[in-house]
Design a protein around this ligand. Structure first.
Ligand code: FAD
Ligand code: NAP
Length: 340
């Protein structure tokens, strides 16, 4: 395979900007190239990491085996009926650019997920979500390569076992399936989700009374640019911890002890705002060496340049311990640590 690269520096391939070295690296733009790469890895007994934009990964310094960079592109409309449209995107398409294209075509439903970094193929992995919309709500199906059997398999929504920032690809069999393309069920009629206060506030501040999907898209981009660090300037992977879910009883206990607790009902449980828990423990803006907790959003851990995954994981461990000590709640990491 002539496009196999040895000792590839991955600093520019992960949004934390960690200096990680892939023993072997290959960029794939077609299914045939992917199948060739998977066969080569199997032949050499190499572990495989599929890489999209690297915005939900914590990479250690040495990455053994093979890193496959997913670059299979493509956009097509599968069907249009009355007010619905089904659209399929290649796994290597950039998520945000795909949303811009959908908006231009008048295909609506994903505007709340604007400016999430990364690729289309990674989006189902943790069922990406923001501002009240999760991928699963607009998901139709996906096509994946089973690296165990070499077969192609189509997954419908139930097969994916989506959960809160979770799917079967993340929790049950990480690494087994390589996602090739994702199909979305979108609407030709705007149906806006505006229940997050920040969205409503920003639309009001702009004097927009009857928002269109493009307004929501613009407002989401603007809020994110104000609140979140740009990985090009300050390494990060967005939210480092998931918001923990607790039972209604546990929520009431906590509320008695901490009347300012920030939480939201989630089905028959409650979702605690992990950023608030971390901030209460005094972590916001604190650094340990080159890694730290972002000064404007305590849920985001950052690398100021020369940090390493080991340093970051030590910091994350201290944050988890202090939240557990104070609130009795265990925070779970959201990005994938590789190798685990
Ligand atoms: P990567 O980091 O490259 O990979 C993530 C995981 O998916 C890895 O396990 C990888 O092996 C696997 N993977 C990637 N591609 C494939 C494929 N084709 N087939 C099989 N497995 C694959 N997330 C949210 O949910 N909501 C947000 O609002 C959000 N905001 C963010 C803001 C910032 C500033 C940053 C840095 C991150 C944010 N994230 C958010 C996290 C991240 O952007 C998403 O999880 C995104 O979907 C990751 O895409 P990626 O291509 O970078 O994946
Ligand atoms: P925020 O608006 O300050 O809110 C804090 C937390 O409260 C969020 O995590 C959100 O949960 C929850 N929340 C707020 N309003 C809610 C409502 N009306 N109903 C239910 N839950 C509500 O959060 P933020 O940090 O600025 O992020 C804004 C959005 O972008 C959130 O949806 C967040 O998930 C998403 N985001 C995700 C990442 C990531 O890497 N995963 C990074 C940046 C931003 P949810 O997280 O469940 O929405």
């Amino acid at each position: 395979m002539d496009s196999l690269v040895h000792n590839q520096d991955l600093r520019r391939h992960n949004s934390f900007g960690f200096a990680a070295c892939a023993a072997n690296f290959m960029r794939v733009e077609t299914l045939e190239q992917l199948q060739g790469a998977v066969a080569q890895a199997r032949h050499n007994s190499w572990p495989v990491l599929v890489l999209g934009g690297g915005s939900n990964l914590v990479l250690r310094e040495q990455i053994p085996g093979l890193v496959i960079q997913m670059a299979i592109g493509g956009r097509r409309v599968e069907s249009v009926s009355e007010d619905k449209v089904r659209v399929t995107l290649g796994a290597g398409e950039i998520w945000h650019q795909s949303l811009e294209w959908m908006l231009e075509q008048g295909y609506y439903g994903l505007e709340n997920l604007a400016l999430i970094p990364g690729t289309v193929g990674a989006a189902p992995i943790q069922n990406i979500g923001a501002y009240g919309v999760e991928l699963e709500q607009r998901f139709d199906s996906l096509l994946a390569l089973d690296t165990d059997s070499g077969d192609l398999r189509r997954f419908n929504r139930d097969d994916c076992r989506f959960g809160y920032r979770d799917s079967c690809f993340k929790s049950h069999e990480p690494g087994r399936y390589v996602i090739l393309e994702v199909s979305f069920a979108l609407s030709l009629i705007p149906n806006l989700v505006l229940r997050y206060q920040a969205l409503a506030d920003e639309l009001k501040a702009r004097g927009i009374e009857q928002p269109q999907p493009s307004d929501v898209f613009d407002v989401v981009c603007a809020i994110r640019q104000q609140k979140l660090p740009d990985p090009a300037e300050l390494g990060n992977a967005g939210s480092f911890f998931k918001n923990p879910l607790v039972s209604a009883d546990r929520y009431r206990d906590l509320l008695q002890q901490f009347p300012n607790l920030v939480a939201y009902p989630a089905d028959d449980a409650y979702k605690l705002a992990a950023g608030w828990l971390i901030e209460q423990c005094g972590w916001k803006g604190r650094c340990i060496g080159a890694v730290g907790v972002y000064s404007r959003q305590a849920l985001v851990l950052v690398n100021q340049g020369s940090g390493t995954a080991t340093e970051l994981m030590l910091l994350a461990g201290q944050v988890v311990d202090s939240v557990q000590l104070r609130f009795g709640v265990v925070l779970e990491m959201e990005p994938r640590l590789y190798p685990a």
